[in-house]
Structures are given as structure tokens and as C-alpha cells.
Design a binder for this molecule. Sequence first.
Ligand code: G3H
Ligand code: 13P
Ligand code: ZN
Length: 330
Amino acid sequence: MTSYKELGLVNTRDMFAKAVKGGYAIPAYNFNNMEQLQAIIMACVETKSPVILQVSKGARDYANINLLRNMARGATEYAHELGYDIPIVLHLDHGDSFETCKDCIDNGFSSVMIDGSSLPYEENIAVTKKVVEYAHQFDVTVEGELGVLAGIEDEVSSAVSHYTQPSEVIDFVSKTGVDSLAISIGTSHGANKFTPEQCTRNADGILIPPPLRFDILAEIEEKLPGFPIVLHGSSSVPQEYVKMINEHGGKLKDSVGIPEEQLRQAAKSAVCKINIDSDGRLAMTGTIRRIFDEHPEVFDPRKYLGPAREALKEMYEHKNRDVLGSAGKA
Ligand code: G3H
Ligand code: 13P
Ligand code: ZN
């Protein structure tokens, strides 16, 4: 058993309390490899932002749990070396079972998500409560989820979304004891969040997605005053990277994300954690495709992973400063 405290990590409790009070959101950036981790830490130290390093079940299988634990330790030491000890959380994203959550807690994670959102309500409560009871013995915080997001990734998939029902949130939070709650108000996983039919087009033919359901968020806030709320599926799908990918041999079609303005608005509410994965994938893939296309002679991975890391860092700095409001809050 490794406690996250030995790795220099923190849980989400204080971080979320400050974020809800301060009207900003903590970035939860997914990572799978060294360059992504370096970019996240460099950007968050540069902007003095607290950060949640997020590992999906797929990432855990890809990178290896022992390496991840040591990468997290490395991240806290790296931040220190860069000159600023930002608060860092290591979080399991979309934990699918009690066993996965327990394994992560035993391996130095300071926070876990148990995603029972696709289960019948009573089963979601039962598994979430079981994770909370185990996690809290070690001062690890737990995120639960009510409502289903649309979108598809390796481990998370649903064709349609079901908005969170505000009438259920008090019962769910009090019966499970979760520390934060992920809700569904119209965000969606992946780079194709909405079909063109769900969107309108502006004068330039750009797809404009349907607005988030801030009315549902307001109802939830009214029922759970000051309780930390989480938004998944919050990539903005920057069109510059979609274009870069497609101009250099990629094939992304109708990729559309959540407008930054709406995330800015959400961050000012009880939404205190905003999950972003797809935008990192787009920035990395766009940059690497461009370099491969423009410099076919390159075969040293540092020559394309280095610029990809730089693009990620710049994008994360922008999000911290201009979208989530987390810059300067560490
Ligand atoms: O919400 C899920 C994340 O984007 C992780 O995706 O399962 O493909 O690693 P993944
Ligand atoms: P995106 O696919 O919008 O980046 O969402 C990521 C996410 O919710 C991770 O849990
Ligand atoms: Zn998610």
C-alpha cells in the first residue's frame, strides 16, 4: 500500500472548497505518457494553477500502474524543481468497479471516480457507497456520477445523453457520502460531441452546438448549496487543430466542442472540476501530423514529441488563464 501523501499529492477536499468559493474550476487533464504529463505540470506551474492529473482505466492499462505512481511522484518533485509547489491530485477517471478504485487507492491515487452512471439508480448508490467507505479510511476523495453523457471513448460509451435529474441529487449524495458529483447538462465525451443536426451554423458555416442546460445546473446548486460539481466532456475542440489534422492527412469530420464562453460561465458556479482530454489529443496529433508532413526526413521522436508537448503546454496555459480561472489560485 502506498499512500498518496508519500508521493507529495493532495486530495480534492480543500481544492474544491476554495474553487467553489472563489468562482473558478480546477483543470482535470488526462494523461497517458511523459510528454503529456510534462506539459500539464509546466503549464500549471507557469500559471500557478492547482491541477488534477487524470488517469482513465485505459490509460492505467496503457502506462502501467507502477509507472503511473512513480510518474505522479516525479510530477510533484518536478513542480518543486520548476520553482512552485502547486497542489497536485492523482485521480482515477471513470472507475468502473470497486476493485479498480481500490487498486488505485492502494497505489497512491489521492482521488477516484466511481462511474455507476449507467447502472440502475440503486446499484449506482450501492457501488458508490462501497468505494466511499473504503476511500475515506485513507483520506482519499471520491467523485460519483448521476446522469449519462453521450460520446464514445475506449472505456466510456453511450449513444445518447440523459440529463441529471435534480430531484435525485440530495438522496444520492447523502446515501453515498461522495465528495463531488459529476452531472450531465449537455456536455459530451470525444471530439464529435454533437451531430450537425443538433447544431446550428453561423454565417461562416461553422457548427454552433446547442447550449448547456444551465437551468438544470442552477436547480442542482439550489438543492446542494456549495457542493462540488464536476463537468465531464468539456473539451472545446479547437478548430485550429481540427484544421491542422485535416490539412495534414487526417480525417476528422464535424468535430465540435463546448464553447469556451459556456465553460467560463460554468466555472463561476459550483462547477469546480472541468475534465479535458480530447483537446490534448487534438493538439498533439495536429502538431505531429504537421511535422511529419512538412519534414518527412524527421525520425527522432524528440523532434515531433517536443513541439507537440509545447503546443499542449500553451493550450493548457490558455485554459487555466482564460477559461477556467484557475491561474494564480495555487
Ligand atoms: O472520459 C474519458 C477520457 O476521455 C478517457 O478516455 O478511456 O480513451 O482513455 P480513454
Ligand atoms: P473530453 O472528451 O471532452 O475531453 O472529456 C474528457 C473527460 O470527460 C474525461 O473524463
Ligand atoms: Zn469523462
